[in-house]
Design a protein. Structure first.
Length: 144
């Protein structure tokens, strides 16, 4: 089975094709293929909670897929991944890749349960993809 076929059938397989307003926010799901793991990552609306700025901290290479809980569109060329234990990391894309293409959620494909910069890409539900250039840890800072 080819990747486009799997990606087209993934919402149906995972039962995530439709959602209702009264349901809880969706969480990341996974599908195991012959060699690859494919993770669906829902993009959540920005929080109406305390106004925080997210400051980029140190860079690192990979994120474990089991820690990913969701994502937030945070800028024109990056997506913030929401991790377990209220941690957040920023995935920046290389080239001319618009993060708005991922507003409906996206897929991550991996063979080793990790998503790594300079190796992996995010795949839009619309069919496009962007390669991850780098990851930064994010540190919250209250706005003045």
């Amino acid at each position: 089975m080819t990747l486009p076929t799997v990606l087209a059938l993934l919402p149906l397989i995972l039962g995530l094709a439709g959602s209702q307003a009264d349901q809880a926010l969706p969480t990341a799901g996974r599908l195991i293929g012959e060699r690859d793991l494919i993770f669906r990552v829902p993009v959540r609306p920005r929080s109406a909670g305390p106004r925080l700025d997210w400051i980029e901290g140190g860079r690192f290479k990979c994120v474990k897929t089991r820690a990913i809980r969701g994502a937030v569109l945070a800028g024109p060329d990056h997506v913030d991944l929401l991790l377990a234990h209220r941690q957040r990391v920023r995935a920046s894309f290389d080239g001319n890749c618009a993060a708005l293409d991922f507003y409906g959620g996206f897929y991550l494909q991996t063979e080793d349960h990790r998503v790594c910069a300079d190796r992996d890409s995010v795949h839009s539900r619309m069919g496009g993809s962007c390669r991850i250039d780098k990851f930064h840890r994010l540190v919250p800072k209250l706005r003045d």
